[in-house]
Design a protein around this ligand. Sequence first.
Ligand code: SF4
Length: 363
Amino acid sequence: MAKSCYVHIPFCGSICYYCGFCKSVSSNAVKEKWIDQIHKEIQSKPISSLDTLYFGGGTPNILSKEMFRALSLPLMEFLDSDYEWTVECNPEFITENQLQEFQQLGVNRLSIGVQTFQDSLLQKIGRHHSSKQAMDSINLSREFGFHNLSVDLMYGLPGQSLDDVIRDLETFFSLGIDHLSIYSLQIEENSIFGKKGICSCDDELEADMFEQIVKMCKKHGFEHYEISSFARNQQYSKHNLSYWTDQDFYGIGCGAAGRENGILYENTKDLVSYCDRGPMPSFISETIQERAFDSIMMALRTQFGLDVTAWQKRYGLDFFMQYKNVLKKYLGTYLCLEKNHLFPTEQGMEILNTILVDFLSEN
Ligand code: SF4
């Protein structure tokens, strides 16, 4: 039975130029219909207890206080005593009232979408908050008792230099936050950048940026615990770890994905259809081999790696026989095997996609 739940809130104040997620700028009437469907969807799930609850988007903190409460109440009763409840927040919409409401409801982790601390770059990517607003919202969150904070940054932005990335990281470290998620810009075809034919920065610069990020994070005591995630004081994202360790999770809302009884599904991405007819999930049929490969792919994203014994038991396959060539090629410099756990070295993380292609070819 799944112990994690992702709820997708597909509303935003405006559309960022790089964004390819499921989102819209909608009226309150649409949001009312949406929330009715969310309630029906929650009721249709066999949820009994949750270790982690994650509100992602879109922009979850664009919801009014009343709507946020209405969304939360039916899920709160399932939270276990040691739960993690994360809400993704856009600094543009963080207010004292909202933080007070989050505290009262029991939200205990905020993931703040800063993207960059430089105003000129924020404008270039279509973000409507300033760097100061981002920093003020982080400080305000702390004042309201939120100490489990994560910041999202991006690199490889149009016109961003290596020095810009270094400055962003220095600002991030000065804030004393224990978790960083940092992603390179991917140009999605359906984003404004994609439609305008904007290209991502060149591969060499992007690789230099990534190398610098890893170096600086390590210097500041962060573990590179997942390919795009860094944490200090073991402040890992418990919710994301459930994805990376092959656990089931409920996916609720328009544009959400989930996995129940090992079967992946994706809800409709069309908000009008969702409001009228509910999630209409598409189930993704996978062979055991495909599921077994997905499990390897997710586990190798992390420093904790793959528990080979558990994997063999779960999928009924002989890992060492099946992947003998790829293991021969990468074990040592790029992959490590300790106590039957296979994990990537730092060099392995840098070429993870190549390693995974080789795993896939042996599937
Ligand atoms: S990046 Fe986030 S805030 Fe911007 S449009 Fe996409 S979902 Fe909305």
